[in-house]
Design a protein around this ligand. Structure first.
Ligand code: F6P
Length: 547
């Protein structure tokens, strides 16, 4: 069934939320805690190794009930069934959206166009397993008979961000293989990577769902040329493998058909790390760990499908985000993992979130009359505390923030971990409570600060607090918990798209720039600037004259 086309702002539930917002928006989170000291017990969800505390938000039980009413009135339950059931919910591309099938158990039956896709999924999984085992063990060798030492993933967007994020996140679990990622069409990027490599011991993974992406094809050609300086044409088969839906184009590139890992049009690029797009992850951490990543995601899928909405982590986080985005007018959300391992989580979720929900036309084909996709940004704590936290604490904008932390460190360094986590807890407390003028004055009194200095400084030192945060506290960063965490955010994105009445799984907005770049490239190559606006012509002429 197609997803419905309900404009959320026309629902009773939305109108009730608006009335509720008008009545309560002056109330602070501090007030709410004063009124009810048991908020943390009420507004938390514990699931597997996850504890999600969402009590430090501008919400009451009534707010949550009204948000849940909104989800129900939009038909979220049915939408979830359509999503997992392989319905063609990516309507503008006439495709199912089934990254969840990639992590489903072998016994599952998931039909696309009347055919169960699970056997194919497992066929490719087995291929990944055998391939990774051969490379890691050294059984599969390069053209001079040496085992592989380095893996290069050549891809961009969803064919890069997921793998690079997961490999970085799971480096504690990594084996001896060195992994590199080439994405940008900037030739300096590929050259910086090449200079570290030995062609005899390097395996290249060309990852492109469409196999038409300019960046990936250019980088692949440059790398093949470099490779052929020391190896012969038939050696290409030993060193290049591809992940793609476009088997014809891959074969034309010269890749041995045995070295092609297929994927399917029902896997969106930004949700594809669970497919063979994650080959670099499987190579870096071994197949068993990679499988754990998938298991963790599958467990979150089950939670999302079956938990009541008021105890459903992705649903609750999505609704809170809608509350701030559409009623408080928040423009962005920050994501602060308290582990250096998750330094690439924000860029990864930027694509997942913003390419999915950065839409302004409703599923009814009409422009929306409300805000959609949130802007996502973030960096690990504690580094980010010393960078942009000033603005979150004392700036003029409301920035709901997710804090993601882990109870146990991986190397067991208690001293560091206690310091890290004390910052983690301190920040959400400080963001909520702030510091009153009385508290600041009491500190001045204690320091014996002169009255004139104290009265001058006081306003700058006050923190209003009342800044909303979610705390996601996970037992330990493992392949499995990472899988669950990523799936959590994937489903949050889905819920928001359903409620905002937009199509989350297409990305027409990236096409125009690509088209224009192609015609400008012709102009640059032929040194002739054609018809543009005066600014673009001026810039192009300057470039051509000075290059
Ligand atoms: O940027 C647009 C996009 O289509 C993304 O959605 C996708 O992840 C990326 O380009 C790469 O595409 P491909 O895997 O086909 O090379």
């Amino acid at each position: 069934m197609a997803l419905n086309t309900t404009n959320p702002t026309g629902t009773e539930a939305w109108k009730n939320l608006q009335k509720h917002f008008d009545a309560v928006h002056g109330t602070t989170i501090q007030d709410l805690f004063k009124q009810d000291n048991s908020r943390a017990e009420k507004f938390n969800i514990q699931w597997n190794d996850f504890l999600v505390d969402y009590s430090k938000n501008n919400i009451s039980q009534e707010t949550v009930s009204l948000l849940l009413e909104l989800a129900n009135s939009i038909g979220l339950k049915n939408a979830i069934a359509d999503y997992f059931g392989g319905e063609l919910i990516n309507q503008t591309e006439n495709r199912a959206v089934l990254h969840t099938a990639l992590r489903a158990p072998e016994s599952a039956v998931i039909n696309v166009d009347g055919e169960n896709v699970i056997p194919e999924v497992y066929e490719v999984k087995n291929k990944i397993k055998n391939f990774t085992e051969e490379v890691i063990s050294g059984q599969r060798k390069g053209y001079t008979g040496k085992a592989f030492t380095d893996i290069v993933n050549i891809g961009i967007g969803g064919s890069d961000l997921g793998p690079v994020m997961a490999v970085e996140a799971l480096q504690f679990y990594k084996n001896h293989l060195n992994t590199h990622f080439v994405s940008n069409v900037d030739g300096d990027h590929v050259n910086e990577i090449i200079k570290k490599l030995n062609p005899e011991t390097t395996l290249f993974l060309i990852v492109s769902k469409t196999f038409t992406t300019q960046e990936t094809l250019s980088n692949s050609e440059t790398i093949r040329e470099w490779f052929l300086k020391s190896a012969s044409q038939e050696d290409v088969a030993k060193h290049f493998v591809a992940v793609s839906t476009n088997i014809q184009k891959v074969t034309e590139f010269g890749i041995n058909p045995d070295n092609i890992f297929p994927m399917w049009d029902w896997v969106g690029g930004r949700f594809s790390l669970w497919s063979a797009v994650g080959l670099s992850i499987a190579l870096a951490i071994g197949f068993d760990n990679y499988n754990q990543l998938l298991t963790g995601a599958n467990e979150m899928d089950e939670h999302f499908k079956s938990a009541e909405f008021d105890k459903n982590i992705p649903v609750i986080l999505a609704l809170l985000s809608i509350w701030y985005n559409n009623f408080y007018g928040a423009e962005s959300e920050a994501l602060i993992p308290y582990t250096q391992y998750l330094s690439k989580l924000a860029p990864y979720l930027q694509q997942a979130t913003m390419e999915s929900n950065g839409k302004s036309v409703g599923r009814d084909g009409k422009p929306v009359n409300y805000q959609t996709g949130t802007i996502i940004w973030g960096e690990p704590g504690t580094n980010s505390q010393h960078a942009f936290f000033q603005l979150i604490h004392q700036g003029t904008k409301i920035i709901p923030t997710d804090f993601i932390g882990f109870v146990k460190p991986l190397y067991g360094n208690k001293d560091h971990h206690n310091k890290l986590m004390s910052n983690f807890f301190a920040q959400t407390e400080a963001l909520m409570n702030g510091k009153t003028a009385e508290q600041v004055q009491a500190e001045f009194d204690k320091q014996g600060l002169a009255a004139d200095k104290a009265s001058y400084l006081l306003p700058f030192k006050v923190f209003t607090g009342n800044k909303p945060t979610n705390t996601i506290l996970v037992q330990k960063l493992t392949p499995k918990s990472l899988g669950s965490l990523i799936a959590l955010y994937e489903h949050k994105i889905f819920v928001q798209g359903v409620i905002w009445n937009i199509f989350s799984f297409d990305q027409w907005g990236v096409e125009l720039g690509k088209q224009l770049a192609n015609s400008i490239l012709d102009e640059i190559n032929s040194n002739t600037v054609k018809n543009h606006d005066s600014s673009t012509s001026f810039l192009l002429n300057h470039f051509l004259k000075n290059k």
